[in-house]
Design a protein around this ligand. Structure first.
Ligand code: MTE
Ligand code: MO
Length: 368
């Protein structure tokens, strides 16, 4: 990676015509890390290995003065301390979360933002109280269209100063599995994952899971804020309004087999039977099939799937590569979900680089 001069602001917004990565992308990549692919071996991702995405700065929150306000079109506005939230019914769910920008760095031309390859995913156990319970306590009025989630972190995006905020349609917000979570893997949320409280919306791309939550507002009109109306939309040109990004598309990732070269991360395996393992998920319905190719996607074989351990978590799979031949091979994997969505071979392009779920390709050299 060669750090370069900052691109001219007059360039087409978000498009970098150069193949080299810019210093702006490098700066984002060092702040927001992905899961090391070998950590796909854990069904529940240890908290420190879970990917991270933070638009602005991580806020420092004093748990003694922090409150969660619930207001807007409600009959009984609430103001809750952390202890109040923890007193409510508690549920623990194992949930796989993937950033909508995962795969962005494979696009050409490449949208300038966090340059993920394939590693923006993690699968933690989140403990919290169902959102619906709190909305019922507050008495959300009949005219409510959406629930808005506002966070403590503030920043500037496209010259617009804002707090991080996203909304959900009321019907999506009151689903059983939507949680206000205060624990990750049995511990208080780490600062970088939203301490003291975050939203968890199983099945949806990462941007939905608002961290550092401070306010929940029942809205009678759809929210038109930046993270809803400008960002997180699939569009081909800047003047389109586009289609909102919502639930995760299917993706399968393998633990790259063998040993890694430090600089290139190319893999080396011995000329003997090798088991390839990985995990696959989709927010559109359970993964029903995972395939592996050892010839760059020319031919595919079914992998063996484990039972689903949680409706909202990834599914583990393995594949016996029985006779690796000496030389260089490209291993690939792809998932298909119950709704019939299958990962594409070609990278789907859109202006901001969302939802690129093209198949993973792992070059491997078999040594004799
Ligand atoms: N308040 C707030 N919530 C946020 C974000 C943020 O920057 N601020 N980033 C979102 C995005 S884009 C993603 S992908 C997930 C990442 O969650 P994680 O860092 O816990 O993995 O958090 C989401 N929630
Ligand atoms: Mo994200």
């Amino acid at each position: 990676m060669t750090p370069q001069a900052k691109p001219d602001a007059s360039e087409t917004p978000g498009l970098d015509p150069r193949a080299e990565f810019s210093d702006r992308e490098l700066q984002l990549a060092t702040r927001n890390h992905g899961i090391p692919l070998e950590a796909l071996r854990y069904d529940v991702t240890p908290s420190g290995l879970h990917y991270l995405l933070i638009h602005y700065d991580i806020p420092v929150v004093d748990p003694d003065t922090w409150r969660l306000e619930v207001g807007g079109a409600v009959d009984r506005p609430l103001s809750l301390s952390l202890a109040d939230v923890r007193e409510r019914d508690a549920v623990t769910l194992h949930v796989t979360i993937e950033c909508a920008g995962n795969g962005r760095a494979q696009l050409s031309p490449r949208p300038i933002s966090q340059p993920w390859l394939v590693e923006a995913v993690g699968s933690a156990e989140w403990t919290g109280t169902p959102l619906r319970g709190l909305l019922e306590e507050a008495g959300v009025r009949g005219e409510t269209a959406e629930i808005l989630f506002s966070a403590l972190d503030r920043g500037v995006e496209n010259d617009i100063e804002q707090a991080y905020e996203r909304s959900l349609a009321l019907a999506d917000a009151i689903r059983d599995e939507v949680l206000l979570a205060y624990e990750m893997n049995g511990q208080a949320l780490p600062p970088q994952h939203g301490y003291p409280l975050r939203l968890i919306v199983p099945g949806w791309y990462g941007m939905t899971h608002v961290k550092w939550l401070t306010r929940i507002t029942a809205l009678v009109e759809p929210f038109r804020g930046y993270q809803q109306a400008n960002a997180y939309r699939l569009m081909q040109k800047p003047d389109e309004s586009g289609v909102p990004v919502t639930r995760m598309m299917p993706r399968s990732l393998m633990v790259p087999p063998g040993i890694a070269d430090f600089m290139s991360r190319e893999r080396y395996v011995e000329e003997e039977p090798c088991t390839i393992e990985g995990r696959a998920w989709s927010g559109q319905g359970p993964v029903v099939k995972v395939e592996v190719s050892v010839d760059g996607g020319a031919t595919w074989d079914d992998a063996e799937l484990d039972e689903l351990s949680s409706e909202w978590a990834w599914r583990s799979w393995r594949y016996d590569w029985s006779a690796p031949q000496p030389g260089r091979h490209e291993l690939c994997t792809r998932a298909t979900d119950a709704a019939g969505n299958q990962q594409p071979s070609e990278v789907p392009w859109n202006l901001k680089g969302y939802a690129n779920n093209a198949i993973q390709r792992v070059p491997v050299t078999v040594r004799s």
